[in-house]
Design a protein around this ligand. Structure first.
Ligand code: ZN
Length: 443
């Protein structure tokens, strides 16, 4: 394993130059980041969080770390690592966990500049502008709608891709929604759904994609947490911010939106301490952002599949996240496993039930499946580890990660009419052609 010092150099220097995959990016220079020259450290003195590595031979220790309030972001053989406040670290120690290493965010990441090349990642305004231009470019196919407002009053934008229905008009076509950036610092999870939408529009003449756009109702909500995203890049430096920008009663900032959904809310792996990165909020759906997603889903009973992008670790996760139990009904369980397995073949990511990592309650996917019967997946995108770039892997990975995620997206869109078709390798975009024909026969 790399030493911490060497790894930190890698971490800071991981941005690589590649063609800019951004919308209409032909001659466009990356927009300058406001205040990029600011010398103030991004991680404020008040931010006493540490990156901590805990000895964790198995799930028991991982769960204890999560339950202490650590946001576990990386799991390696024998080790669970993530962010902890001093209080969470003390709780972890009190629970008997062995701390292998800690690094202060303030000292070690305090001067971590937002690299100029990372400006190709979309901030809120750029995202809004690109979604608008996409809708203007293909008005017969694309509409842009706001699904609600963030804590600080920003519109939560969605683009809808389908033939024959516009805006909020209801549709009986099987629907699917791709979500990004519940967690602010996971910027790559904005790029993937945005660029997927663009890919579908750019290739709408392709017969397979044309068929999907004719027969499916496809939504992209690339930035569920715009306030958090804007804060995370404020001043041209990264803040390692995860939550939204709600003001908590104890003076801390933010609720973890992916612990704020109603299914199992308040259970394990979601902190009651407002200062923790995994703070679940004062009640289920207490936050305008999670509320907006709920209302969006409830207004569209045609939605059958949901994919929520996060970073990082290269995983494909399916319910339950809040319980070690498997989905009780064998048929959908087989479909979840088949779909996750197929998409793993396409991406090289690891498929597993979400709670195989550790139990975490109140996430989007448990709610979507448990409350609404929507086949719901979480993708933890590239890279594999914190020291390969973690939340800030650089602009160089965007094109590659997009490429890896096109086929899984097409696969899910196709299966939205009946996800059970996935069992035995069914689905027009399934990885194996031989398995595919036997699956098609099940239709
Ligand atoms: Zn996340």
């Amino acid at each position: 394993m790399k030493t911490l010092a060497a790894a930190l150099v890698l971490f800071a220097g991981s941005a690589l130059a590649l063609p800019d995959p951004r919308f209409d990016g032909k001659a466009e220079k990356p927009a300058p980041v406001a205040g990029a020259k600011a010398s103030a450290a991004a991680i404020s003195e008040a931010d006493s969080r540490v990156w901590v590595e805990i000895e964790a031979p198995g799930r028991t220790e991982r769960q204890a770390a999560v339950d202490a309030g650590i946001s576990v972001e990386e799991i390696k053989p024998g080790v669970a690592a993530g962010f902890a406040t001093p209080k969470a670290l003390a709780r972890a120690k009190a629970a008997g966990l062995k701390v292998r290493a800690t690094v202060s965010l303030r000292q070690r990441f305090g001067a971590l500049d937002f690299p100029e090349k990372d400006a190709l990642y979309h901030n809120y305004k750029e995202l809004e502008a690109d979604m608008r231009s996409l809708a203007a470019r293909a008005p017969d196919l694309v509409s842009m709608i706001s699904i609600g407002k963030s804590t600080l009053g920003r519109d939560l934008w969605a683009v809808r891709l389908t033939r024959g229905a516009k805006g909020t008009q209801p549709s009986k076509k099987p629907g699917i929604v791709f979500l990004g950036t519940h967690h602010a610092r996971e910027h790559l999870s904005t790029e993937v759904p945005l660029l997927l939408a663009k890919h579908l529009v750019d290739n709408s003449a392709d017969p397979e994609i044309a068929r999907l756009l004719e027969t499916r109702d496809v939504y992209f909500i690339p930035m569920v947490n715009p306030d958090g995203v804007e804060y995370d890049i404020e001043g041209g430096k990264y803040h390692m911010h995860r939550k939204n920008m709600a003001k908590n009663g104890d003076g801390s900032t933010g609720v973890d939106l992916n612990r704020n959904y109603a299914w199992g809310w308040g259970g394990g792996g979601a902190s009651p301490d407002p200062g923790d990165d995994t703070y679940r909020g004062p009640s289920a759906f207490s936050e305008p952002e999670s509320k907006a997603v709920k209302a969006f889903v409830e207004a569209r009973p045609n939605l059958k599949v949901l994919l929520s992008y996060h970073t990082f670790s290269e995983l494909i996760l399916y319910p339950w996240g809040g319980s070690n139990d498997q989905i009780p009904d064998a048929k959908p369980r087989a479909a979840f496993q088949a779909m996750a397995g197929e998409m793993a073949k396409m991406t090289g990511y690891t498929p597993e039930q979400s709670s195989d990592l550790y139990i975490a309650t109140g996430d989007t996917c448990d709610w979507a499946w448990g409350a609404k019967g929507i086949y719901a997946f979480t993708f933890e995108l590239t890279p594999k580890s914190m020291w390969d770039g973690g939340f800030y892997p650089g602009a160089g990975v965007v094109a590659r990660v997009l490429q890896a995620n096109i086929r899984p997206a097409l696969y899910l869109i196709d299966l939205a009419d009946d996800p059970l078709r996935s069992v035995n390798g069914g689905g027009a975009f399934a990885a194996s052609a031989a398995a595919k024909s036997s699956g098609e026969a099940l239709k």
